[in-house]
Write a protein that binds this ligand. Sequence first.
Ligand code: GDP
Length: 364
Amino acid sequence: MKLGIVGLPNVGKSTLFNAITNAGAQSANYPFCTIEPNVGMVSVPDERLDVLAKMYDPDKYTPAVIEFVDIAGLVRGASKGEGLGNKFLSHIREVDAIIHVVRCFEDSEIVHVDGEIGPRRDVETINLELIFSDIDIVERRIDRTKKAAKGDRSLAGQAELLERLKTFLEEGKSARGFECTKEERAVIDEMPLLSSKPVIYVANMSEEDFIGDIKENKYYRELCEIAQAENTLVVPICAKIEEEISDMPKEDKFLFLSDLGLSESGLDRLIKASYSLLGLISYLTAGKQEVRAWTITNGTKAPQAAGKIHSDFEKGFIRAEVISYDDLVACGSMAAAKEKGLVRSEGKEYVFKDGDVVLFRFNV
Ligand code: GDP
């Protein structure tokens, strides 16, 4: 999964991104990826893997990872080619979801590009850049569709749909909120639109506000209203705290956070929110060689889930031996679980559940 961090200048994007790269997933596990400077990888926190690691004492421990792409430089006018605008917009095309950082902290030392803090205006500024860029794409598509419709009358409806979408975008609304049928959405999804990507808002707060009652912060409340209207989530964080704890060993991090009255880091909450927004779950594989988590979309069937490990697993899929994580832990070992008949043999139509511990049987 790839998430793109956007936001106006001076809202705390680099601070958050530094925290992400410091916390970085152990690159030893991913020897074949070259990591670009604007990409940070973090492990997806999953306590179940820790428990399985105790059970199996594996040679290798591999959590799922999320890639964060820092898309700094998206400023007012980016869609019109201001600064390096278009380049940044093209980075956004590649991500699965957008993490939109919004400044909710006051600090007279740190200038705001528009003079004062205002989440509603800030969100609008960034969203409009994405929408402007989308209007260009939709206009070009309308031209092409209209031309093609002269020879193929069945495309007239598509041209009408695109006109409706264009009007909607021109009202300053993001494509993700456009109401349409499933078939129409499929047509829209063919276009590489930016404002149709799922978004999570990150409220970057001061240390005091974050440790205290976050609802006291009026900017946070404003951002929550925006997110609610868009049917999405706000994750409150303090980027400075995230940066401070990012290179601490796990135990120290836990102590530091609990001293502040916090149970987990903002980054971990952001990752969990992204999973839930994108409808992602994890299944697990466990053995002496490796204990590992694999990310899939909720609703994925067994062969496609197997394909995450290797395309041969998907092609040659025979069946999957599956046990729920809870059952496995309750039995204490795979052998005990088998004795109790809790390990099921599932076929091609089986839909994976979060926390399934799996062994695949396949033909080579
Ligand atoms: P970017 O331009 O969005 O990447 O913003 P930066 O991460 O460079 O942050 C801009 C300034 O705001 C820096 O001086 C940061 O130290 C400061 N800053 C970032 N997050 C916080 C925060 O949570 N609280 C306070 N007080 N300052 C912050």
